[in-house]
Design a protein around this ligand. Sequence first.
Ligand SMILES: NC(=O)c1ccc[n+]([C@@H]2O[C@H](COP(=O)([O-])OP(=O)(O)OC[C@H]3O[C@@H](n4cnc5c(N)ncnc54)[C@H](O)[C@@H]3O)[C@@H](O)[C@H]2O)c1
Length: 258
Amino acid sequence: MHITDFSLDHFSLRGKRAIVTGGNTGLGQAFTLALAEAGADVFVPTLFDDGGETAALLARTAAGYREQRVDITEEGAPARVLDACVDALGGVDILVNSAGISRIADVTEFGRELWDPMVAVNLTAAFEMSHETAKLMIPQGSGKIINIASLFAFLGGLGSPAYAATKHGIAGLTKAYADELGSHGIQVNAIAPGYFNTPITEESRSDPAANQRIVDHTPAGRWGDVADLMGATVFLASRASDFVNGHVLSVDGGYLVR
Ligand SMILES: NC(=O)c1ccc[n+]([C@@H]2O[C@H](COP(=O)([O-])OP(=O)(O)OC[C@H]3O[C@@H](n4cnc5c(N)ncnc54)[C@H](O)[C@@H]3O)[C@@H](O)[C@H]2O)c1
């Protein structure tokens, strides 16, 4: 490509078909809306019933939108999600592995009953979704996979060994799949969100000491708004990032550098 061939059109997702796991709430909803705003149709496998909120948000865009009520940790579920997406949208060009759970307990209380479901959702389901999606992307010779990591892909973190372990695992899966799929025209990257003002961080935000610690540690001096993630999502889903592969992009207001 010559430098004069570049235009903002390289960020467009017009005609693309995307899956966003857990894409109808929290950060997932922002990934869904970002892709739709850029022109992609979106398919969302999720456990959560948002009462039509995400469909209503997307009505302002020209994007098609479908949800599937499914537990992606069940045996065979990822393959069924891909089938349903192909039926609904005609194929898949973008996969965002956003579905995730967090369980917190003191270290002596944190046993297999908390560890196992987190590994199943945060890591194994993301792997299986990527595995099933790669089977369709390889023959078409193109595709984008975006895994949602966390600052705990880099840090330890108190109260949840499984959160840090699964998010470090997501970073490893990202690099392994980038290495495997790069020669097929498929890029696999991750976004590591910092501290965002979503319902799951409500407890820390309402605790004055915890809130201050996070704000003081963040060069931007504030919590992230979910909209802060949308530009990175479009970039990593679009042609503009075709030579970016295996990267974990922190979107954290600078938290990691302090
Ligand atoms: N909220 C934050 O501040 C923050 C920060 C860093 C990383 N993250 C990561 O971002 C991702 C999204 O987090 P969020 O805040 O939007 O969480 P959330 O709790 O608001 O949403 C989680 C979504 O995952 C779906 N889900 C969970 N288990 C599922 C299963 N078995 N099958 C199908 N769907 C399932 C739910 O239906 C829901 O839509 C997660 O991977 C999380 O670890 C969040």
